[in-house]
Structures are given as structure tokens and as C-alpha cells.
Design a protein around this ligand. Structure first.
Ligand SMILES: [Zn+2]
Ligand SMILES: [Zn+2]
Length: 358
């Protein structure tokens, strides 16, 4: 029996998130009702909670979050009810363990029409717009136009809940076009950076260097396969990377810190003709000398957003353990303690990924 009401975290505005009893959604044609097993707290969720302009508008940006909305885009659950035609549409049955890609494409815009659904102009992401409520609830709807995937019940919960971030890490590494022997610097050993370290190693580079301000995260980065770890608070990392590379600089620099200094330090330590991948979401704008990009180094700069076509691989790596992504989960809280979970996710002390479990 599916209860008529459920517990959910509801975002009413900046810093105003409440645990509420709301109606359990019911699946329309093509929709799937999912009982949520776990939902990760993303750095983006914390930034939205704190009022970052990219979510709430300000300057030239429009507000992105619609309220009230149930947050959460990193979830795994079990299909418990299907709308008409959902089996045919998605190949999913009641009882299947499932995830859904964080973006729910409109299917109509220029980008969706060309298969570039991750850049959909409408850009509905679970947990930010009202028609795509997220996973910080007992139940959620996977809508008809979403992109859903079955996952094995054998994947441990911590790893299953990390499929979304891992899929994003895979895309960032694909963008980097790592070649045999490359020296790859990954700045930021959070949940995303850790996944990037492990996936970068699969490309057989010469050396993967992980940078982070926290030694506990750097230790994890080693377990994920980093050849070298460096803490910019303790070492002159630009000089160290130049020394590693006969004075030339790294071939590839991947920025996953979310801090403007992650960009400036990267432009200093990357070699001429290098590849710079920008993954982070920043609270504040970054100022850099753009002449480094053209005049001095002729760099290739690649953006990386979301996880186009990478969920199947992320699911495989989570299942086989080829990427030990579950190790990034450091804390789990019940839904009712979401405020403590957000606080924990914000802290810089021995926290990597925080999960909410309804
Ligand atoms: Zn996320
Ligand atoms: Zn679209």
C-alpha cells in the first residue's frame, strides 16, 4: 500500500527548508512512482540553501529555483507504481531498482532535438523546478520525459546513491581527452573530483595529481588512484607541478574546486597548448588574465556540464567496484535530520558526501 501522504523536505526560499507532510504524488501516463532509498546532498544543494545568486537570481542571472520545491537530484529508489504506458516507454517494472538522470529534457528545444539533451534550453533539474520535485522525500515521480535507468539490487546503497556524481565525473574526464603518458592535475578531491581521479586513471595517463586543501580528502584521493597528492595550503603546488614536468606544466588541468583560486592556479601550472576542463559551479565570479589563454599558452578550454550518455558506464563502474565511489560517502542522516545533514555537508571537517535516507 502506498500511503496518501509522505514526509518531504520542502524548500520555501533561501535558508527556509522545512520537513513537511505532503501528498504522495501519483503517476500520470508514462510516469513512475519511486520509493526513495537515499538521496545525496550536493554542493549545489548547499549553495542553493545559502542563497547563491546562480540559483536565486541577481546581477544578470534569473532565478533558477522555483518554490515550493522538494530538493535532491542524486537519488536511487525502487519503482512502486507505474502510470499507463510506462513499462513500454521505459522498460521498467514495479520492483525494479532505478535511478533517473538529473536533467529532465523538454524534448522540444534546439538542443534536445539534436540529442544534446544535457544542455536543454528549458533545463529542468530534479529538485529545482516544481514540475520535477527531487529525492529528499519518501517518494518521488520519475516523469514520462525523464531518462531512467535500472540498477542492480546488488550495488551497495552508498555506491548506488553516488551514480549521479560519478556520471558527471566520467563526462568531465571524457572532455579532457587524456592521452597516454599525460600528467593530469585534478583540483578538488570532493565527491566529483574523487570520481574523476579514478576515471582518469583508466585512460592510462603518466601521472594523476590530486589537489585539495584537506588532507582527509587527499588520503581518499590516493585510494581512488591518485599518484601524487598535494595540499595548496602546505605546498607551493604550482612550483611542484612544474618540477614534476621538467618545467613545462601539466598536460591537462581539471578544475573541480568551486573556488576562483582553483582557476588561477590552474592557468599557472598548465603547459602551453594544454587542455583545461572547467567543471565547478562558483558562488563568486573569477577574475583571470585571459592573455594566458591566447597569447601566452594557446590553451584549449573545455566546459563540462552534467553527464550526457554516461549513466550506463557509471552504473557499471559502481556495480563492478571499478570505481570505489561508495567510499566517498562519509555520513548518512534520516530525512527528519536534513538540517543537520546540510550543516554537515557545508562543514570542511572530514565530510565528503552526505546522504539522506527516508
Ligand atoms: Zn549534484
Ligand atoms: Zn530541451
Amino acid at each position: 500500500m502506498i500511503p496518501k501522504t509522505m514526509q518531504a523536505v520542502v524548500c520555501h526560499g533561501i535558508g527556509d527548508y522545512r520537513l513537511e507532510r505532503v501528498a504522495t504524488p501519483s503517476p500520470g501516463p508514462g510516469d513512475i512512482l519511486v520509493k526513495v532509498e537515499a538521496c545525496g546532498v550536493c554542493a549545489g544543494d548547499v549553495k542553493a540553501y545559502q542563497g547563491a545568486p546562480m540559483f536565486w537570481g541577481g546581477g544578470i542571472q534569473e532565478a533558477y529555483v522555483e518554490t515550493p520545491v522538494i530538493p535532491g537530484h542524486e537519488f536511487v529508489g525502487t519503482a512502486v507504481a507505474l502510470g499507463e504506458g510506462a513499462v513500454e516507454l521505459h522498460g521498467i517494472q514495479v520492483g525494479d531498482r532505478v535511478v533517473s538522470e538529473q536533467i529532465v529534457p523538454c524534448g522540444q528545444c534546439r538542443f534536445c532535438q539534436r540529442g544534446q539533451y544535457w544542455m536543454c534550453q528549458v533545463h529542468n533539474i530534479y529538485g529545482f523546478q516544481q514540475n520535477v520535485n527531487g529525492g529528499m522525500a519518501e517518494y518521488m515521480l520519475f516523469p514520462a520525459r525523464g531518462r531512467h535507468h535500472k540498477v542492480s539490487p546488488d550495488i551497495p546503497l552508498d555506491a548506488a546513491a553516488m551514480i549521479e556524481p560519478l556520471a558527471c565525473s566520467i563526462h568531465a574526464i571524457n572532455r579532457a581527452q587524456i592521452e597516454l603518458g599525460d600528467t593530469v592535475v585534478i583540483a578538488g578531491a570532493g565527491p566529483l573530483g574523487l570520481g574523476m581521479v579514478a576515471v582518469a586513471k583508466m585512460k592510462n595517463p603518466g601521472c594523476v595529481i590530486a589537489l585539495d586543501l584537506r588532507d582527509d580528502r587527499l588520503e581518499l584521493a590516493k585510494q581512488f588512484g591518485a599518484d601524487l597528492i598535494m595540499n595548496p595550503d602546505q605546498d607551493d603546488v604550482v612550483t611542484a607541478v612544474l618540477q614534476q614536468t621538467d618545467g613545462y606544466g601539466c598536460d591537462v588541468y581539471i578544475e573541480a574546486t568551486g573556488d576562483p583560486s582553483g582557476v588561477t592556479q590552474g592557468l599557472q601550472m598548465i603547459r602551453k597548448l594544454g587542455r583545461f576542463v572547467e567543471f565547478s559551479v562558483f558562488t563568486d565570479p573569477t577574475t583571470v588574465d585571459w592573455s594566458i589563454i591566447g597569447d601566452r599558452k594557446e590553451l584549449d578550454i573545455y566546459g563540462a556540464h552534467l553527464s550526457p550518455y554516461t549513466y550506463p558506464l557509471a552504473i557499471e563502474y559502481a556495480q563492478t567496484g571499478r570505481v570505489p565511489i561508495g567510499q566517498a560517502v562519509t555520513h548518512t542522516f534520516p530525512l527528519a535530520e536534513f538540517a543537520a545533514a546540510f550543516q554537515k555537508a557545508k562543514e570542511r571537517d572530514h565530510t565528503v558526501k552526505v546522504l539522506l535516507v527516508p
